[in-house]
Structures are given as C-alpha cells and as structure tokens.
Design a protein. Sequence first.
Length: 344
Amino acid sequence: MVNTQKIITPEQNLDRDCTTLSRHVLQQLQSFSPDAQDLSALMNRIALAGKLIARRLSRAGLMEGVLGFTGEINVQGEWVKKLDVFANEVFISVFEQSGLVCRLASEEMENPYYIPENCPIGRYTLLYDPIDGSSNVDINLNVGSIFAIRQQQGEDLDGEAKDLLQDGYQQIAAGYILYGPSTVLVYSLGRGVHSFILDPSLGEFILAQENIRIPEQGSVYSVNEGNFWQWDESIREYVRYVHSQDRYTARYSGALVGDIHRILMQGGVFLYPGTKKQPNGKIRVLYESAPLAFLVEQAGGKTSTGTQNLLEVIPEQLHARTPLIIGSKIDVELAESFIKKELC
Ligand code: FDP
C-alpha cells in the first residue's frame, strides 16, 4: 500500500513567516529594554486603532452613523464627517490608560488632548490624521490614517505643546494605515520602511515587505489639476512639461495615503502646491507632510516644499500647512527645478 500521508514540516504549516508588528518593532530595535517595549506597545495600540477603523469602514452603509457629515466645521474650516469623529476618538480611547502617551494632537482637534493619568510616565506624543481622504468615505474608495510619534520635551505646563513646533527629524516613528481592498500598515522607526497586511482571520498585522525602496524614478505624477489656474506659473510650466513627456501618466485618488502608497511601491511624484487662496497649500505639516516625508526619505525618496526639504520645515503653529512635493528622487528634483528656475 502506498503511504499518501504527507509529512508537514513546521515551515509548511504556515503560509509564510508570520512576523507580527510588535515582534518586528523589537527585532528592529534589537532590544527588550523598557524603551523598546514601550515603542512596541505604542505601535500595537496604533495597529489596534487601525483594526477598529477598518472594521467600521467595512460596515459602512450597513450600520448607522458611519457615512455622511456631522454638520460641524473643524479647526481647518472643513465640514466634519462622522467617520472623522469616530476615528479621532478611536485613537484617543486606545491610548487612554495605556501609560504610554501623555498627549495626542490631531488634525481634528484645535488643541492637544491630554491624558493626565498617563502624564508622569507617558513620555510620548502621538500626532495623527485619523481619516485622510475623507471625501472618499461615502463612495467606498480608499482612505487612510497617518501617524507620527515624538518624544515629549519638557513638562508643557501651559498646555500649549510648543515643543511640537520643531522639524520632522524629531519624529521617532511615523507611518500610515491604508484602508483599501486590504488594510495595510506601513511604518518606520528610522531604520527602513516596512509594510504589514491585516489578516482578518487572525486579527493581526503580518509582515508583508521589509526595507521598501522607492524607485529612483517613476512614471506617475499625482496632482489635483483642477487647481491649475490657482497655481504659480512655475507649477503650471512643470505640468505642461510633464504632459509633453511620453513617460508620465496621471493618477490622483483624492486620498494622499493611497497616492503615496502607490508611489512608495512603484515610484513617481505627488504634489500639493500652494494656490492663490492657500499659498501654503492644504497639507498639514505635523499630521501629514512630516510623517510621510519621514517614510519617503527612509525609503530612499526625496521630499520638498519646492525650495526646502520637508523634514526641515518648522511649523509656526500646530495646524500649519506646507506645499508638498514628494516621491522618487529624480521626479521630485524635476518638479523642484521648475520652481527654482522661476526664483532665479
Ligand atoms: P481630505 O481633505 O479629503 O482629507 O490632506 C487631505 C486630503 O484629503 C488628501 O488626502 C488628498 O490628497 C487631498 O486632501 C484632496 O484634496 P483636493 O480635493 O483639494 O485635491
């Protein structure tokens, strides 16, 4: 009789090496020190927020209170969506009683949110955009969350969080969660960029790709051309040039995280330049451009305001904005060259 029973080795038991996010953080830091444990726990909490938001999004349209507007206008002067409020509160609730974070600052809140019970021990501040690309929510397209972790400096006794008004090099970690066909978490601790995919059956983010490198040059340019006549002539010149080149194609999803994810994987450039009405553009320094610049630079890409490296930008206030050019080195330099030419 032929023995058809297969011998399954431990490796074959698993589809792949199931490295979880918390294990990966400890591996990255090569340490089990209290600081490493804290960062691992912090990333775990951010992942938990991502899972809760992904679950809510997957039920959009099936349950009350997910879609549509609240009827309020936020500190940015934008209409608030119900999901913005939900996601903002999710990040707060996962950090309450965590002992990890003393302050959270978000695009949705005028002032930082303090968690006094964490303060004697929580030395970290979480900065986040709970839902990036909100206009996509009601039509079932991708959205994201963006986050950065900074060390609290000083006691912030006046509650003004002035220590946050520093450049992007002060970030200890940064990343985003992309809620698309699958939920993907991409992060960096300043030691390369790594991506994880949420396995819904396990409820865990599992390592997908380590040390992601952004191609030096790509074929995608991503910009809202609806603003064409609102831009400076230099940006218009750049876009006309791009139109004249066979090698470029346009992609713009309406959610920065989705467009950046494409560029991180395949190369290209994303731009949100200033406009006549908003000379600094739309993208917030602390919650969007600095965290994404941290990732893109770690992946070997380039970031710019047009005249300055994005990580060097020091915001004048918590909700400051900056023009954004970010992506593959050669593509960013090309866009920059049009701006610098006009300045000469
Ligand atoms: P949203 O305001 O919908 O949250 O920075 C926010 C952002 O979306 C980006 O995600 C997106 O790329 C951009 O704004 C879309 O704005 P425009 O409609 O002005 O292009």
